[in-house]
Design a protein around this ligand. Structure first.
Ligand SMILES: [Zn+2]
Length: 213
């Protein structure tokens, strides 16, 4: 089944750029009829396996303005508590787990439905949580995306540098704009911002600034 039918589209993550490290923060909270600790563990393991490092086991990096940044993930997985109030704070994503093969509907941008079983479902949907778009159409994977996690999820797929760049590009662009604004506001050469703009920066990805927007 094409994954477009099970998209959660929970595009809510926080990117924190500090020094030469960019950390992607998200909470994924699982509920629904067929959820269990084992299911959540399986999702978490698949996401870690696919997104934790590149295919050679090396940590991800990101190039920006001639500087290399380390890329880290801080993703928390947990079960939803009974009657828990859902708080959409820019970092929380709520997923309903259903043991079915029938199509699910998209509800909004940080709440969705994942199939209980299905190889690659969690890795692909986690890409959507980070704002990445599908890379397939009616006929299958888009050219060049045949083995990518954001293509149709049949068989073994992989995350590659394009996916990491797709998550981080807008955050770093926004940081550049912030730095340019600060330099304009404090143009004096002895200003702390003149020589070296501060690098601490936070950016949220949501439905309005995801990859395809
Ligand atoms: Zn999808």
């Amino acid at each position: 089944m094409p994954l477009c039918y099970v998209d959660p589209d929970g595009r809510d993550i926080r990117i924190a750029i500090k020094g030469n490290t960019a950390t992607i923060h998200a909470n994924i909270i699982f509920g629904g009829r067929d959820v269990s600790g084992n299911v959540v563990n399986a999702y978490a393991q698949e996401i870690a396996r696919n997104w934790g490092t590149d295919r050679n086991g090396n940590p991800w990096t990101y190039e920006h303005n001639g500087q290399t940044y380390n890329v880290a993930f801080d993703i928390n997985f947990r079960l939803e508590k009974p009657n828990e109030r859902r708080i959409f704070n820019g970092e929380n994503n709520y997923v309903e787990v259903i043991d079915t093969n029938s199509p699910s509907e998209m509800r909004n941008y940080n709440y969705g439905t994942w199939r209980k079983n299905g190889e690659g479902v969690a890795a692909h949907e986690f890409g959507h949580i980070m704002g990445l778009m599908d890379r397939y159409a009616e006929g299958g994977d888009l050219p060049g995306w045949e083995s990518n996690t954001m293509g149709v999820n049949y068989g073994e797929k992989h995350v590659d540098q394009r996916n990491i760049d797709g998550v981080l590009d807008k955050a770093f662009d926004a940081m550049d704009q912030r730095d340019a604004m600060l330099q304009q506001r404090f143009p004096i050469s002895n200003s702390p911002y003149f020589q070296k703009p501060p690098t601490d920066f936070e950016y949220y990805i949501n439905r309005y600034n995801s990859e395809n927007k």
